[in-house]
Design a protein around this ligand. Structure first.
Ligand code: ADP
Ligand code: 5GP
Length: 225
C-alpha cells in the first residue's frame, strides 16, 4: 500500500478506543479499518460503524476465500478479522490505515507487512486496568440492560497479562496514564513516522548546524574569503 499501516494493540480496557478516537480528530489522512467480527453488537454499536457484525458461517466462508489480511479467535470465543479490502480502500484514497487488532492479529500483519508500524498501549497498572474495565462494564451493562459476568472481567484481566508479554515485538509502546499525554505521544508517533517515510526527517537533519553539510560549509567559506 502507498500509505503507512499503523497497528495498535492493547489489552481490553487500556483505553485504546478512547485514544484512537481522539487521535482521529487530531490527525488528518488516517483511515480506520472496520473489522469483521462474530461477536454481538454491544450497547450503541452499529453494523458498519464499529464493526461489520457477521455470522460464524459467513466469517468462515471469508477465511476460506482468503478475504482476510489477518484474523484471530479473541478470548478463545469470537472471530475478529481485518479484510484485505481495507488496505485497498486506504490505498485508493491515498490515506494511512489504522488497525485496532489484538496481539495474535498483529503478529500476522507484522510477518506479512514488516514495514507496518506497530504500537502497543500499556495500562499504567493492573489495579487501574481493573478499575477501567469495571467502569466501562457499568456503561456496557446500562446500554445492553444485562449484567457482564464477573468471570468476563477476570478473563480480560488474565488475558491482559498474557498480551503484555508480546509488547517487545512492537516498535513503539506508550503508557495510557494521563490521557492528554498519551494522545500527544500517539500523535507524535504517527507524525514522526510520516516524516521518516517522506524523507522530511532526513532533510531536516541534513540542515542541522551541529552536522554542518558540505554545502553549508562551502557557503560559509565564500563569506570568509
Ligand atoms: P479499550 O478500547 O482499550 O478496551 P476504552 O477506550 O473503552 O478501552 O477505555 C476503557 C475505560 O477507561 C473507559 O471508561 C475510558 O473512558 C477510560 N479511560 C481511557 N483512557 C483513560 C485515561 N487515560 N484515564 C482515565 N480513564 C481512561
Ligand atoms: P472488543 O470486542 O472489545 O471490541 O475487542 C476485543 C479485542 O479484539 C480487542 O483487543 C481488539 O483490538 C480486537 N480486535 C478488534 N478487531 C480485530 C481484528 O480485526 N483482528 C484481530 N485480530 N483483533 C481484533
Amino acid at each position: 500500500m502507498a500509505g503507512i499501516l499503523f497497528i495498535i494493540s492493547a489489552p481490553s480496557g487500556s483505553g485504546k478506543s478512547t485514544l484512537v478516537s481522539q487521535l482521529r480528530t487530531l490527525v488528518e489522512g488516517l483511515d480506520f479499518s472496520i473489522s469483521y467480527t462474530t461477536r454481538a453488537p454491544r450497547g450503541s454499536e452499529e453494523d458498519g460503524r464499529e464493526y461489520h457484525f457477521t455470522t460464524r458461517a459467513e466469517f468462515e466462508r471469508m477465511i476460506a476465500a482468503g478475504d482476510f489480511l489477518e484474523w484471530a479467535k479473541v478470548f478463545g470465543k469470537d472471530y475478529y478479522g481485518t479484510a484485505v479490502s481495507a488496505l485497498d480502500h486506504a490505498k485508493k484514497a491515498d490515506k494511512d490505515l489504522l488497525l485496532d487488532i489484538d496481539v495474535q492479529g498483529a503478529k500476522q500483519v507484522m510477518k506479512k507487512l514488516p514495514e507496518a508500524v506497530s504500537i502497543f498501549i500499556m495500562p499504567p497498572s493492573p489495579e487501574i486496568l481493573e478499575m477501567r474495565l469495571r467502569h466501562r462494564t457499568v456503561a456496557e451493562e446500562v446500554a445492553s440492560k444485562a449484567a457482564v459476568p464477573e468471570e468476563v472481567i477476570q478473563q480480560r484481566l488474565a488475558e491482559a497479562r498474557r498480551e503484555l508479554k508480546q509488547m517487545k515485538d512492537y516498535k513503539y509502546a506508550l503508557v495510557n496514564d494521563v490521557l492528554e499525554q498519551a494522545v500527544t505521544e500517539l500523535r507524535a508517533i504517527v507524525l514522526c513516522e510520516r516524516g521518516v517515510r517522506n524523507g522530511v526527517q532526513a532533510i531536516a537533519s541534513s540542515c542541522r548546524t551541529d552536522a554542518a553539510s558540505l554545502k553549508l560549509k562551502a557557503a560559509m567559506n565564500t563569506f570568509e574569503r
